[in-house]
Design a protein around this ligand. Sequence first.
Ligand SMILES: NC(=O)c1ccc[n+]([C@@H]2O[C@H](COP(=O)([O-])OP(=O)(O)OC[C@H]3O[C@@H](n4cnc5c(N)ncnc54)[C@H](OP(=O)(O)O)[C@@H]3O)[C@@H](O)[C@H]2O)c1
Length: 259
Amino acid sequence: MAAITPGTVLVLGGGSDIGAACVAALAGNGLRDVVLAARDPEAAVRTVTAALPEPTDDSPRVHGLTWDALDVGATGPLLDEVVDRWGLPDVVVVAVGLLGHHAGLGLGPAQVDEMVRTNFAGPAAALAVVAERLAAEPGTGRSIVVLSSVAGVRPRRSNFVYGSSKAGVDAFAQGLGDALAGTPVRVLVVRPGFVRSSMTEGLDPAPFATDPDTVGRAVARAVLSGRSGVVSVPGVLRPLFGVLRLLPRPWWQRVAGDR
Ligand SMILES: NC(=O)c1ccc[n+]([C@@H]2O[C@H](COP(=O)([O-])OP(=O)(O)OC[C@H]3O[C@@H](n4cnc5c(N)ncnc54)[C@H](OP(=O)(O)O)[C@@H]3O)[C@@H](O)[C@H]2O)c1
């Protein structure tokens, strides 16, 4: 596993709190340019700038570009612009996500469609474009980080729309990682548990709740060492969900409850 130097980092869903924490944790490791692709790029730049350490001469420059995950034709032109202005990204973080009102039953067809497209179809279409571009250039190491969720390992009755869409993008990213074997590109699938971020504002934290900085540090450690595959944050969730996913359905319904 060759180490990766993150000179240019592109974040799809650039206003994400976890994405911002990933950028902050990568700063100071040769990071020059951070490109935030977001529906509201100015707000994204503010979020990431606030997450970065006090500015110094070596601080990365933060740039915002307009991008919507639901526009499947947008990622090619976005990458053209990024490459022209700041070079091919060394690290691409896919941080797009929509939790909705944390429900399963009761969501209308338009809401289900929006959640599936935002969490799965849109990111998958973008990942396909990013992977082709990153793999086409020679080099030693580039990383694609996909923010999945433990919710996708075994969706609960209260969040099965979100959970199933995260399961889709998780499986897509794992297969993509296998397809990219032998290229300079590694795919890291990150499965956080409950993270206290804008997405979960107002919700009661689940057991093993964590914060964006903890996820960011875990992502930076894995990316910088050139790791690929699946990482759970916190790590205890991996063996825990390894067991929970095998629980007989009535037991799982009782354990998951309504949360
Ligand atoms: N927080 C958690 O408990 C948790 C746990 C596990 C996994 N995750 C995953 O981690 C990732 C980041 O989540 P977070 O906690 O950082 O939440 P967040 O701050 O709400 O970030 C989600 C981002 O997705 C963006 N987004 C939504 N729809 C989009 C679209 N159509 N086009 C472009 N961007 C879009 C949002 O942009 P706007 O600002 O424009 O809405 C927002 O910046 C998500 O994939 C989430 O599913 C979160």
